[in-house]
Design a protein around this ligand. Sequence first.
Ligand code: SF4
Ligand code: MG
Length: 319
Amino acid sequence: AGAILSIRNLKADIGTRQGVMRVVDDVSLTIGPGEAVALVGESGCGKSMTALSITKLAPERSVSIVGGEVLLDGRDLVPLSRSEMQALRGNVVGMVFQDPMTFLNPVMAVGSQIANPLRRHMGLRGARLAARVHELIDLVRIPEAARVAKSYPHELSGGMRQRVLIALACSPKLLIADEPTTALDVTIQAQILDVLKSSLKEFGTALLLITHNMGIVADMCDRVYVMYAGRIVEEARVEDIFARPQHPYTRGLLASVLRHDRPPEALKVMTGSVPNLIAPPAGCRFRPRCPNAMAVCATDPPWMVDDRGQGAACWLNSR
Ligand code: SF4
Ligand code: MG
């Protein structure tokens, strides 16, 4: 109760020439008001598919939800049409994806694009509207606000476009961000994350951050879900995931991250890759790569929650 986003037992399929892939397999996830939650995993593990199925942004017919619920502020999004979903965008849910051009209108000045949801959803007009647009442009630290407001997206750099998108997307109750800074260089990345953090704080917006970057998770999030081969394998508070990861996949992910507190020779890269989801391994899907695999792992591991509230799907935890 009170969750801004509550995904329950979501299942989504993709049809390919080789067969049907269950890319989201019984995923449950909740985000409280104002909470920042990360969904992490390697590429191809189903994180983006989860975001696309929530937001109905996937190309028509490519991903189909075949089970479960996605409650956004108490309302189930699964039965909504794309146009009904569109109406919620900018109002209840904002989105920032890797390529801002997907969400920016190429033939409209960015000031007008920032103004649109404020007019539509907040009823702002005239001088109050203009003042709010400038406040937002300031908030995301765009220099020369007046000039930028009159510019078209193609006239701006990648980092500037991402700032515009954040200004556009931050006022709803939930922001979904999928690798928002991956395409940007490291300095700009840090600036954008900073802007994102302060904007979320200003509006009390909750965040679902989809990333493979554990450093960004540590910096931005309160809680984290780890996804592997279409399933959630671990859920924990951010400090617990770094201090005491329970699932061998999570340990592998953390070990492949270069950390300041360890010498570079400690950097280990996980071997193998995410399995083909047309014919996933039976039982635990991490089994072919897991250093701890046992005979019992050929059957589905149970989800176990410890006394700190940290959950993992691994046979190691049930002994
Ligand atoms: Fe490894 Fe078994 Fe745990 Fe899977 S269930 S992560 S194979 S120990
Ligand atoms: Mg992705």
